[in-house]
Design a protein around this ligand. Structure first.
Ligand SMILES: Cc1ncc(COP(=O)(O)O)c(C=O)c1O
Length: 386
């Protein structure tokens, strides 16, 4: 008998640092979770109704591999209206199973063994694992709180080697809540042009920015022809469980992505595709309302954490605060563990998000205002005791 049937590649993957805390929190009563990276809102009623209507109309079959034409047209219209970037819905947009599948397709279609992807960290936990599963090599470039977690073009430049194939940026950022400045993103485009690289831009929180416009990377000069834009309905429209997203990019790359998609997934869920059309066409106001509520909570949590003595950068997007906890004398794993055990508040250790996350914890404010108030009270007790 073999020692293990599991491939070396998969066996070497670290379990997600987020999942571990979910599992512990699920066994405890009275936990306030600031650990979850998804909206606490239910999907807006009009979207729910569109999904139900689609099922009742008997739309229970596969769609084309690239997804419903009407949805691709709606996404193209959305990207043009909001960001002034034009995509051909027939050849430049592919509907996917959430942003996750869009990322998987991008890595699988682009990478040969040993190809490097420069990843700005701290970042969404799947980026490094996704690159490794596609036989690529993740090269982390850490962003710092001193720099407002904005990207550092000089550090990106220094990380480029002859094996670099792509740069992966994700703004608004999970876990820091940072939004990259237009000027620095333009610099990334220039670097990509100089070294003939692809940019993968994960913009799934594009509608959740506070007090400033979202910068859509492919809309920047010279970017569209070398960018894979990753989008999703999960966060902006509170549709995580529907599993629906998309990618947009140059035709040849989208054809390669569809090739992978057709052999692995076939097509994104038909019901979710129908619902997503309604999301784009009719639910702008719902998004604005949710955003307003997130903004209220954002202000509460940022000022609350700073008052407790945990220095917290003001996040400009998504729904995460990323306080620095290293001054209290615990590392981020120990801080999160003890906070959960002693005060029943779940947060995620920053080191789960790659280089630069050590010494921080991620607090999601996609939870009710009153719960955040209580969580802050508990955290204050905890910190004062240390
Ligand atoms: C930055 C980022 N990208 C992608 C995803 C995956 O999104 P989806 O649920 O649409 O697959 C997440 C989920 O947390 C995320 O935070």
């Amino acid at each position: 008998m073999r020692a293990s049937y599991i491939s070396r590649k998969v066996a070497a993957l670290k379990p997600s640092g987020i999942r571990k805390f979910f599992d512990i929190a699920a066994t405890m009563k009275d936990v306030i979770s600031l650990g979850i990276g998804e909206p606490d809102f239910t999907t807006p009623p009009r979207i729910l109704e569109a999904g139900i209507r689609s099922l009742q109309n008997g739309e229970t079959h596969y769609t084309s591999n690239a997804g419903l034409s009407e949805l691709r047209q709606s996404i193209a219209a959305h990207l043009e209206v909001h960001y002034g970037v034009r995509y051909d819905p027939d050849s430049e947009i592919v509907i996917t199973v959430g942003g996750s599948e869009a990322l998987y397709l991008a890595f699988t279609a682009l990478l040969d063994p040993g190809d490097e992807v420069v990843i700005l960290t701290p970042c969404f936990v799947s980026y490094q694992a996704g690159v490794l599963l596609a036989d690529g090599v993740p090269v982390e470039v850490a962003c710092t709180m001193e720099n407002n977690f904005d990207l550092d073009p000089a550090a990106v430049r220094a990380a480029i080697t002859p094996r670099t194939k792509a740069i992966l940026v994700g703004y608004p950022n999970n876990p820091t809540g940072a939004v990259a400045s237009r000027q620095r993103l333009e610099e990334i485009v220039r670097i990509a042009q100089e070294h003939d690289l692809i940019i993968i831009s994960d913009e799934i929180y594009d509608r959740l920015v506070y007090g400033l416009p979202h910068v859509c990377v492919p809309a920047l000069p010279g970017a569209k022809e070398r960018t894979i834009l990753v989008g999703a309905f999960s966060k902006d429209y509170a549709m995580t469980g529907w599993r629906i997203g998309y990618c947009a990019g140059p035709k040849e790359i989208m054809q390669a992505l569809v090739r992978v998609h057709q052999y692995t997934i076939m097509c994104a869920p038909t019901t979710a595709q129908a619902a997503a059309i309604t999301a784009l066409r009719e639910c702008d106001e719902d998004v604005m309302e949710m955003r307003q509520e997130y903004d209220r909570r954002r202000k509460l949590i940022v000022s609350g954490l700073n008052q407790i003595g945990l220095p917290t950068f003001e996040p400009k997007g998504a729904f995460y605060a990323f306080p620095k906890i290293s001054d209290v004398g615990l590392d981020d794993e120990a801080f999160a563990n003890r906070l959960l055990q002693e005060e029943h508040v779940a947060v995620v250790p920053g080191s789960a998000f790659g280089a630069g996350g050590e010494g921080f914890v991620r607090c999601s404010y996609a939870t009710a205002y009153e719960k955040i108030e209580e969580a802050l009270r508990r955290m204050e007790k905890f910190v004062n005791r240390l």
